[in-house]
Structures are given as structure tokens and as C-alpha cells.
Write a protein that binds this ligand. Sequence first.
Ligand SMILES: [Zn+2]
Length: 119
Amino acid sequence: MATIDQIRLKIQERDYYLSSHAEDEMVDDYLERFNYCYGLRATGGHMICEFCEGDTVQKKVTRQHWLEEKLYIVENVNAEVCSQCGERYFHATTLDAIDRLLKTEHPVKQRIEVEVVSF
Ligand SMILES: [Zn+2]
């Protein structure tokens, strides 16, 4: 199968990772999250970092998650984290699952106030 077809298949099956770096840029640009597909070089969970070529390890992390113009802090999220530069990669299905959780009735552990400032 040609590389482009393999990539298409992975996107259709939502079998890809998204780096947190790529996402930050998307929020800035108001781009749809899944139009980007960084981190396609996944091999059974373990990945090579797109930015420094370091190896990733699976960790539970706390994630800042935007959904419908609201910001959520989500704890205990599975991520592949670069052991060299700390870049975090989230699997598309993990992000989908968080979206689904937040769109339905869910327990709220804590509420915090966030300042928005211009620099
Ligand atoms: Zn890295």
C-alpha cells in the first residue's frame, strides 16, 4: 500500500497521535483539531518524537482540553510523552473519548478561575 493510502486509512480509523504542540497552534489558528495529523509514526503505542527524534513512554498526564470554546482540565489522560523534550502525544480515540465524556453528564471534581490577559 502506498504511504499516502496508509496515512488515509489511519486517519479514517482514527489510529494516530496528535502532539500537544500541534494542538496549541490549532487553537491559535482556530483550526479544526483533527485536520492536523502529527505523530503518524506510531508503532504500537511507542513513538519517535516529531520534534527531537526521542523515544516516547506512556504516562498519565493532566491535559488542558478545549471543547466548544470551553476549557477543561482533565486528569489521568493516557499520553505518549517524549523522554527527551517532554512533548506529549494523544491518541485520536483518547481525545474522542474525552469529548464524549464532557458532552454528557459528568462529575466535576473542582472549578477554578482562569485569567485571560493580553501580552
Ligand atoms: Zn521530543
